[in-house]
Design a protein around this ligand. Structure first.
Ligand SMILES: Nc1ncnc2c1ncn2[C@@H]1O[C@H](COP(=O)(O)OP(=O)(O)OP(=O)(O)O)[C@@H](O)[C@H]1O
Length: 256
C-alpha cells in the first residue's frame, strides 16, 4: 500500500470539516475525491499532503507514519501536490519554476536544469522554457504547476482541481496529460468538480458530504448512487433521475 489515511478528523473549532475519513491508495490507482461544495474534500486532501495538521487520525506513506511530517518531508518521500490556485513564481521563467521542484532531488544547478527541461518536454512546454511565468494564462499555469510537481519525481501526485477554469478542449488535453503521467507509473489522487474528468480518469471514487464519506466505488457506481445524487442536488434531483435524466448530466457533466 502506498498511502493510507486512518480515521482522519480535522476540526476547526468545534466544527468537523472532516470526520473520521479513511482511505487506502494502491500503486497504480487514480483515486477521485468528489462531493458538493464545502463537503471536506480539500481539507482531507490537505491532511494527506501535510498542508493541514490532522486533529486526530493517522497518515501512512509506504507504511511510515507521516501524520506530523511537513509537506517538504512528504515530497522527499515521493508525495507531490498541485494547488488549485497555481503557486507560480511570477518573477521567474517557466524553466526556473520547474527547477524549484527539481532541486528537491538535485543539488547541482546543471542537473536540476536538465531534469526540468526533460519535464517541460514531457508536458509539452519546452518552447516556453525561457518565457516569464507571468506571461502564462490559466492553462499554462495549471500545466506549469503539474510540471513543478513532476520534477520532484513523485510516486504519488495529488491534483487539486487541476482542470478548473479550463475550456472543454483544454480539459481534454489535461486529461491526456494525466493519463500519460499515470502510464509513466505515478499513482494519483484527484479532487475535481468536473464530472467528465472523474468519469474518464478515476479508477475509484470516494464521495464526501458534510465531512463524512457517503459512498465509494467506481465512477459509474457512485454517480448512480441515490445518496450521492441527493447530496449533490437535493431530493428534487432524484425525481429528475427517475424522469430519465442521467445522474452525471445533473451533476454537471455529460455522458462519456
Ligand atoms: N480554515 C478553516 N477554518 C474554518 N472552516 C474551514 C476552514 N477550511 C475549511 N473550512 C470549512 O470546512 C468545510 C469543508 O471545506 P473544504 O474546503 O474542505 O470543502 P470542499 O469539499 O473542498 O469544498 P469546495 O469544493 O467548495 O472546494 C467548509 O464548511 C469550510 O467552510
Amino acid at each position: 500500500m502506498l498511502l493510507e489515511a486512518r480515521e482522519i478528523t480535522k476540526a476547526f473549532g468545534s466544527f468537523k470539516a472532516v470526520d473520521a475519513a479513511s482511505v487506502t491508495l494502491e500503486p497504480g490507482d487514480i483515486l477521485g475525491l468528489i462531493g458538493p461544495n464545502g463537503a471536506g474534500k480539500s481539507t482531507f486532501f490537505n491532511c494527506l499532503t501535510g498542508d493541514l495538521q490532522t486533529t486526530s487520525g493517522q497518515v501512512l506513506f509506504e507504511g511510515h507514519d507521516i501524520t506530523r511530517a511537513t509537506p517538504e518531508a512528504r515530497a522527499r518521500l515521493g508525495l507531490a501536490r498541485t494547488f488549485q490556485v497555481p503557486q507560480t513564481f511570477e518573477g521567474m521563467t517557466v524553466l526556473e519554476n520547474v527547477m524549484i521542484g527539481a532541486f528537491l532531488r538535485s543539488s547541482h544547478r546543471a542537473e536540476a536544469e536538465s531534469k526540468a527541461r526533460a519535464v517541460l518536454a514531457r508536458v509539452g512546454m519546452e518552447r516556453l522554457a525561457d518565457a516569464p511565468a507571468r506571461a502564462l494564462g490559466t492553462p499554462g499555469r495549471k500545466r506549469l504547476e503539474i510540471a513543478r510537481a513532476l520534477a520532484t519525481e513523485p510516486k504519488v501526485l495529488l491534483l487539486d482541481e487541476a482542470m478548473a477554469g479550463l475550456t472543454l478542449r483544454e480539459v481534454q488535453l489535461a486529461i491526456d496529460l494525466v493519463r500519460d503521467i499515470h502510464r509513466s507509473g505515478v499513482t494519483l489522487v484527484i479532487v475535481e468538480h468536473i464530472m467528465e474528468v472523474i468519469m474518464s480518469l478515476a479508477s475509484r471514487v470516494m464521495v464526501f458530504h458534510q465531512g463524512r464519506e457517503i459512498a465509494r466505488g467506481n465512477p459509474r457506481e457512485v454517480t448512480s448512487n441515490p445518496a450521492v445524487i441527493a447530496a449533490y442536488l437535493g431530493s428534487r434531483a432524484a425525481a429528475k433521475v427517475a424522469a430519465g435524466h442521467t445522474p452525471i448530466e445533473l451533476m454537471g457533466g455529460s455522458e462519456t
